[in-house]
Structures are given as structure tokens and as C-alpha cells.
Ligand binder design. Sequence first.
Ligand code: ADP
Ligand code: ZN
Ligand code: ZN
Length: 737
Amino acid sequence: MTDTLFYQVAVQSPLRRLFDYLPAEDASSVLAAGVRVTVPFGKREVTGIVVSNTASSDYPIGKLKPITAVLDKSPLLPPVLFDVLLWAARYYQHPLGDVLATALPTLLRKGGDLPQQSLWRLSTHGKGLPDDALRRAPSQQALLQLLQQHESLSREALTGAGVSTATIRSLKNKELIENFTRTISDQAFNPNGATDILAETPLTLSPDQQAALEQVEFHAYNSYLIDGETGSGKTEVYLQAIATVLRDSKQALVLIPEINLSPQTLARFQARFNCPIALIHSGLSERQRLEAWWAAASGSAGIIIGTRSAAFVPMKSPGIIIVDEEHDSSFKQQEGFRYSARDVAVMRANRESIPLLLGSATPSLESLYNCQQERYRHLSIKGRHGGAVQAAWQLVDIRHSQLNTGFSHTVIEGISTQLAEGNQVLVFLNRRGFAPTLMCHDCGWVANCRHCDAHLTVHTNRPGLHCHHCESRQPLPSTCPECSSQQLNYLGQGTERSEATLQALFPETNVHRVDRDSTGSKHAMEELLEQINKNEPCILVGTQMLAKGHHFPGVTLVVVLDADTSLFSTDFRALEKMGQLITQVAGRAGRGAKPGVVMIQSHHCEHPVFELLSRHSYAKFAQHLLAERQFSAMPPFTNAALIRAEFHQGGQALGLLQRARDFLESQMPSSPALRYLGPFPAAMEKRSGRYRYQLTLIGAERRDLQPLLSRLCHWLEQEKSARKVRWSIDVDPQDTI
Ligand code: ADP
Ligand code: ZN
Ligand code: ZN
């Protein structure tokens, strides 16, 4: 048995290991990494991916089974991407089979074929016919000639050439033509720069835009942070960088946050370029997803625009990666394979030796820190285009003031003035529903979720009590379940209540609510945007969905109803997120010709962050936060990982984490360079009926954490008590640590 070959195959399973198989019985050549295979796995047959081959296996050869079938002639995942996926599995401590699956559309994951195309061609019999054999049936003769000239044609092409279904059927019945399928063409979108890639003349860049673009080196890896407020012209820089890449017959990958791609942005890409654009997002059907994926992988799409998981889409000839709104937390997957698409993009651009552009009006502290460390180049674009001027900020002190369901007198006046002048107003409140709490006035009873440590939110649009943490729902009680009193009070306000209040205050004005409940369908959002773009006076009231990417040229006043919640949050990123959100919302004001006003209601107007933000300086604000993070040795100055555990009974989850900490200390004792915090209860201890705990690792050096976490994973996989408890590892967590 000297030259037996073993394949190590990744299979989707919770185990962090590969499985060994013998070559398929009829194997003729050695399989490359990245090829899909069907293998027996337990009692099932599953699709796996070949990772490597070896000359020896740790398992007795008699116990190993052969690969059942080989599904691909060549790997679906190109070698560089494959390496990035291997890296991601190690870095995020996630099972490789699952990580590789992220790079494949579901249909391929399940063993399906690449998208097929149905074509017509002459049969052997048909090929043997003389040219004019069918001259008495002119339409059949025309089809025959068409297929003599073209090797094969799709049904659409035939219809386009005026061939009818009846004609096709006649020739098929005479067995002169036949139907066959093959993989959809993998023609590159622009072979050797043949077509003119620009469909319109690009704008003349401002000096800052020009300087930023000139900094970008196109044939090497570098990360660039393009920092410029909303409307400063970042997208225009992306478009011109993409043009350079396309002319070189290379592809551009643009990652955008999870919230729907604004139709305006897509329209801008389409208007600018003469090349196919593939869109990859969660709204696609499995078939559409496969087709978009293949357009990227085969090289037929020049531009690929996608959300988080598109960071792993294969490209035939990658030329640039752009991450727009790089600070957005939706780039981080919060469950299962907990990766950051932004950080994966950095690694991928590095391995592909191509540039990475990160753009934001409110860069993340991580990226600003990376600029300080000279890992990224910082490119600033100042000012705004189209003459729009900076919004004026007004802090509205609401201590001691009478509020009308959350609205101060000053704000109501402000709204009224703007509406009278024919302008639009945007009211921002990051809380869905009508009221966050239902309380009995007579006995103090509060409606709580049975499954979570949380109050239930009162909703009036789909009436009921909803838990925003476990999605459970119950009818709205008419009397108190404790004391039968009818005095049930709604405490606090959500978007539905603000909508009602505003509608009562301004009965003549259209009030539109924008949140997850009102814009469930993509269609609803588009319709709303159309309404708003008519530029008639109206009020928009909504959650952070309003802050993302949309242009509202008619809005001249932005109101932030409740800025205080994040000042006292346990989440160490809460202030950063609040500053980003307020700056982004403020950036929606006065984008048209009219200047904007931003009003922020707070009980803590003297808080330094408001001072910094209101002087229009997100940069100063970010510096302030960075100094705080450095002082407290928190990320990005250190590296964090979170071990979470949850179970129906609290004791078991907590016990597991205590043992995990003992194990970690036995491997590497805690020191100033490596701190262990916890285990502690999570910010919301009970959620969806499970008790949740967490153990945090904070290390000065990233390279210390990774091997330690690998050993911990190994330990957890062996540990008996870990089998029942649900545990996970989150590297570079977004939430509370
Ligand atoms: P950002 O992506 O930073 O929000 P955009 O690229 O969308 O900014 O630009 C904002 C507006 O300014 C757009 O309407 C755009 O067409 C216009 N614009 C951008 N750059 C220029 C330029 N160099 N000359 C004229 N108009 C520009
Ligand atoms: Zn009561
Ligand atoms: Zn709940």
C-alpha cells in the first residue's frame, strides 16, 4: 500500500475537522482543492469539498470509504479565494465545511450544476442535408440556414430571428434539429478591453477627489480609507476607480450594508457603465443567486454589488474591492460563522494583490486606528457637491421642559416653520412600535416577556404586545392581569406613537413611517422613496433605516428625538454607534439647494460628545473616543474574543465557562497582556428561554489569541458538559464585552 492517496474533505458539520476518504473507484486523475465531491457521511450521502490530499491517514484504511462521485472538473473556488477561506476558518475558529459553504450558493452546496442554458443545433441527420432541401417550406428552410451558420442558438435567439415555435417543432419532429444543454457561457464581459466601458462622461473631479484617486495603486495591495461626509463625492471616486479596473478587463466587487441598496445608487452604476452588473443580496431566489454568483465567477459581470456574504464570491479576474459605509455593523455576521466582511475584504485584497477602498462619512474606530498605524492610507474628501452647505446643529435641552409625547416645544416649532416653507422633515427615533412599556397605573404591573429579561413593546399597527428579542407576540390586554384595573398606561414612545403624535399636530401634512414594520417589502420602500422624491412637504419618522444611503434632497430639518439612551449603555461601542448614526442622519439634511438644520433633544446637552459632534467634527469625536479606548485598553488597541454559552438552565452554561476559563489559565495565565473577564451574565441574561453567559479574552497581541482559541475549541469539542450547552466563539465581537 505505498502509493494510496487519501483525500481530506470538508463537510458541513459542527466539527472543526476534515474527513478522510479514498479516491473514487473509477478515479483517473488527482483532484484539486476546491472540487466538490459526494461522500458517504454517517448514513447519508453529502456534498463535500476537497481540501487536500495526503499519503497517509490516521484512520485504518479498512474503515475508510471511497468518494462516491466527483462533481466538478475544475475547482469552483479559485486558489486565492480558497486560501482566504482557510484563513477565515482559522481566524474565526469556525468549522471549515461551513466556511466554504458561505462561498457557494445553496444550489451548488447541495450538489447542483452550474447554471445551464438550453440550446438548439442541427442533428447529424440535419447536418447531412443539402442547403436547399427545405425550399418548399420557407420558414423551415430559414431555420435550417440559421443553424448552418451558427453552431447553436438559444430559444430566445431563435425567437429574436423570427423563428416560430411551430417551425422549431416541425424540424424537431423530422429529427433535423436537436435540443441540448450546457453551462451558460463564461464569456468575459470585456475581452481585452474591446468595448468602450463608459456609457456616459464622468464628472470632473474636485481637487480632493482627484488627489484621492491618484493615490490608488491599481496593481498592488493597499487599503485606503476614503473619508468624506455624505455628499462629498466618495461614490464618484469609486466609479472612476472602477472605470480604470474595467478598462483593464478586471472586475470590481462593491460591498454594501445589508439594508437595501438604494435604487439611486444602482441607477448611477448602470448609467455609468456599459457592462453587466451582478447583484448579490438576501432578496434573491436560489436560482437568481446561482446566476449572479456565476456571472461573478465566470467573469461575465464586470461589477459585482453585494451585501456581506459577497465578500466570498469568486471572481475570474478581480481588480478592486470597495466597501461602502465600512463602519456599518451589518458587515459583521452575528451568528454561526461570525465573520466581518470588511476584515475579510482586507485579507482578500491583500492575497489578490489588488486595492481595497473603504469609504465612510463616519469611519469606524478600527479603520481610523489602522490609518494611525499606517496600515491603511487615509484619504479625505472635504466639502459637499452641488453647493449644499453644512447643516446647523441645535442642541435642545429638555430638562424641566414639558414634552408632548416626546416632542419639545422648540422642536414642534421648528417642524412647523420648515413645513410652512414647503420643506420636508425627518424625525429619527431608534425604537420600533408604539410604546416600549405597558404598565398598570393602579398596581404597577409591567408587561414582560416570558422568555426574555425584557419588556414587551406595545404595537398598534398590528395590534399586540411584541417581544423585540424573541419575536413572541400576544394580544393587548384590556385590563391588568394582576388587579383587573383598566388603567393601563403606555410608557415611552416608539416610531408608531411619534407618527400618531405628528399626524395629530400636523393634520394637513403627510407623515410617513419608515421602520422594519412599515417597509417589510422592497416594494413598499421604493414606493415611499418615490413619494418623498416628489418633494412635497412631508414628515418622515423612522429608525436607523432612515440613516442609510438614501438621498432626501427636500429634507431641511432632522430631529433626533432621544439621544440619551446610548450615553449610558453597557455596550462599549454604543457611543461610537450613536455618533455615527447622528452624523449620518444629519448628513441627510440640506442635500439639495436648501441648508439644513439638525435638532437634538437631550437631557445631557453638556456631554462632551455632543459638543464635539455639533461642531461638525466626527473626526474630533472619533479621536476623543479613541483616546478613551486606549486608556481603558479596549479594541482597537487590543484584540477581543468572546466565548458565549447558553442553556435552558443557567448553572450548566455558567459552569462550562468557568471550566473554560480554568483551561485557558492553565494554557496561558492571565497577565496585563492577556486578560480574562468573566464569565458574566450577558447584558440580557435570559433570552428566548435560554440563560446566557460570556467569557471575554482581551489580548494585546492578536497572534497570542489565535492559537489559544484553537486549543480552547479543541477542549470544548472534547468536553462532555459542552455537548448539551450551546456555545460559540466570537472573534472581534461587535457587542458588549
Ligand atoms: P457620497 O458618496 O460621498 O455621498 P456622491 O458621490 O454620491 O457622494 O456625490 C454627491 C452628489 O454630488 C452626487 O449627486 C454627485 O453626482 C455629485 N458629485 C460628486 N462628485 C462631483 C463632481 N466632481 N462634480 C460635480 N458633481 C459631483
Ligand atoms: Zn394592575
Ligand atoms: Zn422575548
